[in-house]
Write a protein of this length. Structure first.
Length: 303
C-alpha cells in the first residue's frame, strides 16, 4: 500500500474517532449498535483507539432478528468478551410477542422490518439518547442522504427534510427529551476503505466473509441465498453447492452470497476493485422489493 492510501485511511480514522468522542461528549446515554458484521467490528476497533485505556462510554447493543448466521453470532459474543465491554442483546421475537406483531411468513420470511420495533423499545428501555451505527453513504441512496448526526423525533422517525446542517465538522447533538440521534462515524468510508483498514489494522472477522463452500438456493435473479433453517426450500427450487462469500451480513433470509474465490483480504480487495455492483445491490434482497424500501424503513425508525 502506498503512502497516499495510508494518508487517506489516517484521515478517515481521525474523523471517525473525532465523531465518536463528540458522541461521548454531547450525550448522556449513547450506545454502539453492534451486529458482529465487518462495519460494526470496525467501529469497535475505532472505539478502542478513541477511548482506551478507559472503558467504552457506551455498551454494545445488538438487535437480534433470530435469523442470523451462527458464525456471526459466535464471533459477536467472542469479540465482546475479548474487549471486556458490555453487550446488550434484544430479540425481535420478544417484540413480536409484546406488540402482537405478525411474524413474516413465506419462503424467505425476513424479520428486518420488525427490527424497528425492537430498536425503539431498546432505546426506551435504556433511555439511549444516541445510537452509533455503521451505515455508510456508499451502501444505498437513502443512506447517502444521512447526516453524520441524524436526528430522529420522539417517535423514532427520520425526516430527511428536517436534518441539521453540518458545516466545518460541527455536529449539533441538541435534542428534546424523547428524541434521538443516530451517529455514523464511518459514513464517509467506502466498502473498499473498510477492507483496506481491516487489512492495515489486522482485524479479525467472521469466517463467512471469506470464500467457503456452501449450499445455496439460486433465485430467479441469480442471487444465492444460503440454505438455512430460516427459509423454505421447495422441490422446484434450484439448489447449488458453490464457492461463495458474503459482502454484507444481515438476516439470513434476505442476505445473498456472491460467487468468489477470495480466501484472503488481498483477494477480497481485488474483488471489490473489479466489481461494478454495489455491496447492498448485489446481496440485500429486501432492498430490491421497492426502490424506496430502505428509505421507507428509515422513516419509520430503522437503523
Amino acid at each position: 500500500m502506498n503512502k497516499k492510501q495510508f494518508d487517506h485511511l489516517d484521515l478517515l480514522e481521525a474523523e471517525a474517532i473525532y465523531i465518536m468522542r463528540e458522541v461521548a461528549g454531547q450525550f448522556d446515554r449513547p450506545a454502539l449498535l453492534f451486529s458482529g458484521g465487518k462495519d460494526s467490528i470496525t467501529l469497535a476497533y475505532l472505539a478502542l483507539k478513541a477511548f482506551r485505556p478507559g472503558k467504552f462510554p457506551f455498551p454494545l447493543v445488538h438487535i437480534d432478528t433470530g435469523h442470523n448466521f451462527p458464525e456471526v453470532i459466535e464471533f459477536r459474543d467472542k469479540l465482546a468478551a475479548e474487549l471486556g465491554e458490555r453487550l446488550i442483546v434484544r430479540k425481535v421475537e420478544d417484540s413480536i410477542k409484546k406488540h402482537n406483531l405478525k411474524d413474516p411468513i413465506g419462503k424467505y420470511p425476513s424479520r428486518n422490518p420488525l427490527q424497528t420495533y425492537t430498536l425503539l423499545d431498546t432505546i426506551e428501555e435504556f433511555e439511549f439518547d444516541a445510537c452509533i451505527g455503521g451505515a455508510r453513504r456508499d451502501e444505498e441512496k437513502a443512506r447517502a442522504k444521512e447526516r453524520i448526526f441524524s436526528h430522529r423525533d420522539d417517535f423514532g422517525q427520520w425526516n430527511p427534510k428536517n436534518q441539521r446542517p453540518e458545516l466545518w465538522n460541527i455536529y449539533n447533538g441538541k435534542i428534546r427529551k424523547g428524541e434521538n440521534i443516530r451517529a455514523f462515524p464511518i459514513s464517509n468510508w467506502t466498502e473498499l476503505d473498510i477492507w483496506n483498514y481491516i487489512r492495515r489494522e489486522n482485524i479479525d472477522l467472521p469466517s463467512i466473509y471469506y470464500t467457503h463452500r456452501r449450499e445455496c438456493v439460486e433465485l430467479p435473479g441469480g442471487q444465492l441465498l444460503a440454505v438455512t433453517p430460516f427459509i423454505t426450500v421447495e422441490p422446484g427450487d434450484k439448489v447449488v453447492e458453490a464457492e461463495v462469500r458474503f459482502r454484507t451480513v444481515g438476516d439470513a433470509t434476505c442476505t445473498a452470497a456472491v460467487r468468489s474465490e477470495a480466501r484472503s483480504i488481498d483477494d477480497i480487495i481485488q474483488d471489490i476493485i473489479e466489481t461494478r455492483i454495489s455491496e447492498r445491490g448485489a446481496t440485500r434482497i429486501d432492498d430490491l422489493i421497492s426502490e424506496a424500501g430502505m428509505e421507507d424503513r428509515k422513516v419509520n425508525g430503522y437503523f
